[in-house]
Design a protein around this ligand. Sequence first.
Ligand code: ADE
Ligand code: ZN
Length: 319
Amino acid sequence: MHLPKAELHLHIEGTLEPELAFALAERNGVTLPYATTDELRRAYQFDDLQSFLDLYYALMAVLRTEEDFTELADAYLTRAAAQGVRHAEIFFDPQAHTARGVPIGTVVEGLGRALERSEETHGISTQLILCFLRDLSAEAALGTLDAARPYLHRISAIGLDSAEVGHPPAKFREVYEAATALGLRKVAHAGEEGPPEYIREALDILGVERIDHGLRCMEDPELVARLVADRVPLTLCPLSNVRLRTVDTLTDHPLPEMMAAGLLCTVNSDDPAYFGGYAGDNFDAVRDALALDPEQLRTLARNSFEAAFLDHDEERRAR
Ligand code: ADE
Ligand code: ZN
């Protein structure tokens, strides 16, 4: 669907399509444990978040140079533009790269080169969100924020992702405080596989402005009432929820109930190369599976601009 929209939940590493993965593997002399792109695609059968993350981190081995990150971001922006994305707030996982010996500067400068010309080449304004891997330590997150200091002019916000259960937001209180002091905005994944309590912690302890996923808030009516009253945006990812088995099928997705409850819902693609579609594909899928009418689709698109980290002028230009 080509409705103008902002994409607020998108992991750039999750846009690595099999064809680009093989091309980069060849260029960088990396051997993949798959013979063909079809064989790789056949491995995209996930039982839960962790089974996806195992493949997601493994495939990143092909990303080594600034140019690789520039190509990755350019490929995403090309696809997103074709699906009506006008503004994108893009996650990246520096620790998944520094752990392999790729410096954070290579990642940020490589992505930055694509993003800085994106308005001109793709008609998409962009921001970059540095995510901490929550299954690593709080100390590692603090070290990563420190390593990012020379690149903060390119970074708008911090986020929290990777394996959720057993890694509550409270673990990252200190790094979120440090990021606040640096003037960064704050989001966190919460309530994807983890309980509603993690959403409360993300709000109360980390002070986040948006919740990524947040699906499990529906188990807690008091929390829903709070999210509605405070207009806290939720960045939902319907196709991701089906592929990672957070919901059984798309027709079971609670999006219509969430909208009816007054929650500020947005629709995003998460890791589109792995989950079967980009932002517009997610809009199409919920329209078809959940019989959303044109007004509901327009509300979702409008919500995406309201929830974005844009000032009024930027928002007007992006719409
Ligand atoms: N990293 C990439 N995609 C993710 C997701 N859906 N949840 C948590 N961490 C992620
Ligand atoms: Zn995500």
